[in-house]
Design a protein around this ligand. Sequence first.
Ligand SMILES: *Cc1c(COP(=O)(O)O)cnc(C)c1O
Length: 360
Amino acid sequence: MARAHNFSAGPAALPEEVLREAQEELLEWRGERASVLELSHRGKAFVRLAEEAEASLRRLLQVPDDYAVLFLQGGATLHFALIPMNFAAGSGGDYVLTGHWSEKAFKEGGRIGPARVAASAAESRYTTVPPFSAWDLDPRAAYLHLTPNETIHGVEFHEFPDPGPVPVVADMSSTLLSRPLDVRRYGLIYAGAQKNIGPAGLVVLIVRRDLLERCPSALPDILSYRRHAEEGSMLNTPPTFAWYLAGKVFAWIERAGGLREMERRNRLKAELLYRAIDGSGGFYRNPVEPAFRSWMNVPFTLADPALDEPFLREAERHGLLALKGHRAVGGMRASLYNAVPVAAVEALTEFMGDFARRHG
Ligand SMILES: *Cc1c(COP(=O)(O)O)cnc(C)c1O
């Protein structure tokens, strides 16, 4: 058996080069006579690794100095709760609902404090982004929460109306590092690593430092972004192996040519797949309004759902893994994160064409 093309939504494909490097140095790392898995996070070697990973991420995203970069835990889901705990004292957050994950963030936000829906695409069954004219932004909101890429519904957007002084908080779990980004437009960006960054268990968070002063002193340290920033994300034992692998992924992106190159590849992969779907004469369908189609997660259905099972079975035999759609939308989903090569998408579209010819 050989490694196959992996279209998993998360935990997702990692660059093979990164896995090989990690394999080679698993037992002994950087002359430490031990595995990176076995070293103290407070030792010199790991501290250096942590600094290098942060510096690499800062170069990739051109993170300004007045932003802190944190390496945390708990998945994006913990941060659905921590964001209002840290920032929503008094006034609540505004949420724009564009799919499954923004709905979740909103629900969790509402358990902590007031949370308001500023706009919702629920009526479209999350196939579009509400027009800016329909966004009802509260100028006193503690923050405006967006989910720029909805991993399940396959809706992506990077433009939004200027919310004035209200900081924009963005769950970028499945799109961070897929293309260049102007960090300055955001107060806080967070991303679970297992989509486009590295292994599960790590959350990367980028936050404007002045916002950290709003974190209530009464919060337990472990829940406080201010305290995590003060301690360099080493308030307690961080997920060291995930941090190490994320650092390797950042270095791999830098070597490949940075986020401009990721953008070029990701645009190409998405175009290939959407063209195959749209050109199938209705055999395959993607329901999302073209302007908001995700580059990272492409859901599609087969005209005849009775063909779903044979499609998945044959795809696996062709070395195309994890194409089953999320139960919330059904059908198929191909996730095309940075580590998925163009060749994988070519193999997928070729298989799709062939399957349609045989069953259409
Ligand atoms: C996967 C995902 C989450 C949930 O992440 P967990 O690590 O399971 O908590 C949240 N938001 C988005 C956009 C995601 O893709």
